[in-house]
Design a protein. Structure first.
Lengths: 324, 308
C-alpha cells in the first residue's frame, strides 16, 4: 500500500490531496469545483458523463439499485483513473438509499483495487470535514461557502412564464438536475415551446438538508414563509417523514397547483423508494385538480424515442389546453 | 392525376402507410412487417404509390419518425399519440378513450370534448405489450394472425401475470408442462396483458365509448378480454391496423405544405446506407448515426447537444 497510511490509519496532508466529487448538473458542479479550488485544493473533475461512464457504473452495481448510484460510481472511477485520490461524498442522514451511497462506493471501489481516501460529510460535520481536507480554518471555509452559496442561488433562479404553458418539475434531485440523466429535459421542454419550473433545485436540497444554509436564509424568515400552509397540508398525507424528497414534493406540488401550473412532470429513478411511495398521492392530487401528469422513470436503459414521444405529446397537449 | 396525402407510421415491429385524398377519404393503405427500415420503406412506397398519384404532402409518425423523415423528406413529423387521436376522432367523433396495444408500447388516450385530456404510455419496459404475445405464440408454434381465433376457443381460465416478459415466459413453460392446451395458455397470456394494461391506467378515469386501435384490435381474443374487464362494449377502429398512418395523413392534409419535401419514387432506386461514428467535438462523445445517399451525407442524428 502507498505511503498514505500512517499507523494503520489514513492521514493525508492537504497538499497531497487531489479531490474529486460526482457530477450533478454542469453549472452546479462548476460552482462546487470553484469552491474547492478557492480552498487551495487540487481538484480533478470527473470528465463529462458519457455512455462509457454509465457502462462502467452499471457493470459494478446491482441491477435494481437506483440510477444515480450507477452514474456517480462511473464518475468516481473516471476521476480516479485521471489521478484523484480523495473522494468527497455526502450523506444527508435521511432515510432513503442515498445514505448508503458512500459506503457502497467505498466498498465497490476498494474491491476494484483503487487506492483512495473517502471523506464523508454530513450536515453536522460539513465544516469540520472541510477543515480536515483543506487545512484551512473554519472562518475561511464559512466565508468561501457563503460566496459559493450566493453564486448557487443566482444560477438556480427560475422564472414563471406569462405567455407559455408552465410545467412544474417534481421528483428526485439528482435526476432533475443532471442534464445527462434526464436527457436534457429542461432544454427539450423549452424546445417544445413550454416553460419549466423546477421545484427541486440543488439550493432547495441544501436548504432542507443542511441547517447551516438555513441559517443564511434567516433573513428570509422575516418574509412570510410562502410554503408554510402547504407544508401543513402535506402533513395530511405524510407526517413530515423526511425521506428523499417525498414530503418536499408533496408540498411543492400543492404550491404549484395553487400557482395555476399547466402540467406536472415527475422525474425519478426507476426504483426510487420515496417517489414510488408518494405515487398514489401525487396521482390523486393531480387528478382532483385536473392537472395533466407525466411520469418519467430514469434508468440506464432509457430509449430516447420513447422519452421524446411522451414529452413532445405532453407539451402539445398543454399548448392546446393553454390556447383553449 | 389524383391528389393524395401520405401518412406513414414507423412502429417498432411494423410500418403502416395510408393515402388520403382531399375529401378525407382513404384511398389506399398498407401494413408491412418491419424488416429493416430502409428496405421496408422502399418496398412499401413501391407497392402503394404509382404514376396516378400526385403526392402533395407527407407526414411521419412513430418511433422511427425522425430518421425516416430525413430519408424520404417529410413535411411534418408528429408523435404517434396526436396521430392516433386525430384518426380516432375522424371515425368515432364521440370517443372518450383510445386503447392502443402496440408491439413495444401500450397507450391510453383520454378525450374531453374532442380534445386530448390526458394520455399514458408504458414507461421503461416493453413487458406486457404486443411483442410479448407474439414471442409466446411463436414459442407455442402459433402464427400471430391465428392467435385470436385460437384463444377464443379457450375453456379454462389460467392465471398468467404479465408484468415481466421473462417471468411470463417461464409461467407459460410450466403451464405447458402441466399439459394445458395452447388455447388456454394464449387466452391466459392475453388476459395477463390486459391486466397489465389496466394496471398501467389505474388512477385514470376511463370513460366509454372505448375505441380500440392498433393491429392488436384485429385479435378477437384481445377485444373479448377488454370487454370482459371493462364490462362494456369496445368499438374497433374501422382501419385499426393503420390508424396512426391515417391520422398522420389527416394532420398533413388539414394543414398542407405549400411545396412538399417528398423525394418521390426515386427513393426506391437510391442506394442508402448508414454509418455510426463517435463524435469527438465535445466531451459528450455522442454516438452519431449518419445517413448517406451513395457518398453524399444527407443527415446526422443522435447528438445530445443539438449540433446535428
Amino acid at each position: 500500500m502507498s505511503s498514505n497510511f500512517v499507523d494503520g490509519e489514513r492521514k493525508m496532508k492537504p497538499q497531497d490531496r487531489i479531490v474529486t466529487f460526482p457530477l450533478m448538473g454542469k453549472k452546479n458542479s462548476k460552482i462546487i469545483k470553484d469552491f474547492l479550488e478557492s480552498l487551495d485544493l487540487k481538484v480533478i473533475m470527473p470528465p463529462s458523463t458519457t455512455d462509457e461512464t454509465i457502462k462502467k457504473g452499471v457493470k459494478h452495481t446491482a441491477g435494481m439499485i437506483c440510477y444515480p448510484l450507477k452514474q456517480t460510481l462511473g464518475n468516481y472511477m473516471e476521476a480516479l483513473d485521471k489521478g484523484a485520490n480523495t473522494l468527497l461524498a455526502y450523506d444527508t442522514i435521511g432515510l432513503c438509499r442515498f445514505r448508503m451511497y458512500n459506503q457502497l462506493h467505498e466498498f465497490t471501489l476498494t474491491g476494484l483495487g483503487y487506492d483512495f481516501d473517502i471523506v464523508v460529510m454530513n450536515p453536522g460535520n460539513l465544516v469540520s470535514k472541510l477543515k480536515e481536507v483543506s487545512g484551512k480554518n473554519k472562518i475561511t471555509i464559512l466565508r468561501k461557502l457563503y460566496s459559493s452559496y450566493k453564486k448557487l442561488k443566482e444560477s438556480n433562479l427560475q422564472q414563471w412564464s406569462e405567455d407559455k404553458p408552465n410545467i412544474g418539475l417534481i421528483g428526485e434531485v439528482f435526476c432533475l438536475n443532471d442534464e445527462y440523466a434526464n436527457q436534457n429535459l429542461k432544454g427539450k421542454i423549452r424546445h417544445y415551446g413550454c416553460n419549466s419550473f423546477n421545484t427541486v433545485t440543488q439550493l432547495d436540497f441544501m436548504h432542507t438538508t443542511i441547517p447551516l444554509f438555513n441559517l443564511w436564509g434567516l433573513k428570509d424568515l422575516f418574509k412570510k414563509d410562502e410554503l408554510k400552509k402547504y407544508k401543513e397540508r402535506a402533513k395530511k398525507y405524510m407526517n413530515g417523514w423526511r425521506s428523499g424528497h417525498a414530503y418536499e414534493n408533496l408540498y411543492n406540488l400543492m404550491w404549484l397547483i395553487d400557482k395555476k401550473v399547466d402540467g406536472i412532470i415527475s422525474v425519478a429513478p426507476l426504483s426510487c423508494c420515496p417517489e414510488v411511495t408518494i405515487e398514489p398521492y401525487v396521482d390523486k392530487i393531480c387528478k382532483d385538480s385536473k392537472i395533466p401528469l407525466l411520469r418519467i422513470g430514469i434508468d440506464e436503459n432509457q430509449s430516447p424515442a420513447n422519452f421524446e414521444t411522451r414529452l413532445e405529446t405532453f407539451c402539445e397537449i398543454l399548448k392546446m389546453r393553454y390556447k383553449k | 392525376m389524383k391528389i393524395v396525402y401520405l401518412g406513414i407510421d414507423v412502429g417498432s415491429s411494423s410500418l403502416k402507410f395510408a393515402l388520403m385524398d382531399k375529401e378525407e377519404q382513404l384511398v389506399d393503405s398498407l401494413y408491412l412487417k418491419n424488416h429493416g427500415l430502409i428496405n421496408t420503406v422502399k418496398q412499401g412506397l413501391k407497392q402503394i404509390l404509382n404514376e396516378n398519384y400526385d403526392v402533395r404532402g407527407v407526414g411521419i409518425t412513430g418511433s422511427g419518425r425522425k430518421f425516416l423523415g430525413m430519408l424520404i423528406g417529410a413535411d411534418k413529423i408528429c408523435s404517434e399519440i396526436l396521430a392516433h387521436a386525430t384518426s380516432c376522432l375522424k371515425y368515432c367523433p364521440d370517443a372518450k378513450t383510445i386503447i392502443d396495444i402496440g408491439a413495444e408500447d401500450n397507450k391510453a388516450i383520454l378525450f374531453n370534448d374532442g380534445y386530448i385530456e390526458n394520455f399514458i404510455m408504458n414507461s421503461m419496459c416493453a413487458g406486457g405489450c404486443g411483442q410479448t404475445l407474439e414471442m409466446i405464440a411463436n414459442r407455442l408454434g402459433v402464427q400471430i394472425e391465428d392467435v385470436g381465433e385460437l384463444a377464443c376457443k379457450s375453456k379454462n381460465k389460467l392465471n398468467i401475470s404479465s408484468k415481466c416478459g421473462i417471468f411470463m415466459n417461464s409461467m407459460v413453460v410450466s403451464h405447458r408442462n402441466l399439459g394445458q392446451s395452447n388455447e388456454d395458455i394464449l387466452m391466459g397470456v392475453i388476459r395477463g396483458i390486459t391486466n397489465n394494461y389496466l394496471q398501467m391506467i389505474q388512477g385514470m378515469d376511463l370513460q366509454p365509448p372505448y375505441v380500440f386501435q392498433s393491429a392488436s384490435a384485429k385479435n378477437k381474443a384481445f377485444v373479448k378480454s377488454f370487454e370482459e374487464s371493462f364490462n362494456h362494449k369496445v368499438i374497433i377502429h374501422p382501419y385499426c391496423d393503420v390508424a396512426g398512418a391515417i391520422g398522420m395523413a389527416l394532420i398533413i392534409l388539414r394543414d398542407p405544405p405549400k411545396q412538399t419535401n417528398f423525394k418521390g419514387f426515386e427513393i426506391a432506386n437510391r442506394n442508402y446506407r448508414t454509418k455510426t461514428r463517435i463524435c469527438q467535438d465535445c466531451e459528450n462523445h455522442c454516438e452519431l448515426n449518419e445517413l448517406y445517399d451513395d457518398l453524399k451525407l444527407i443527415g446526422t442524428m443522435g447528438s445530445r447537444c443539438g449540433k446535428y
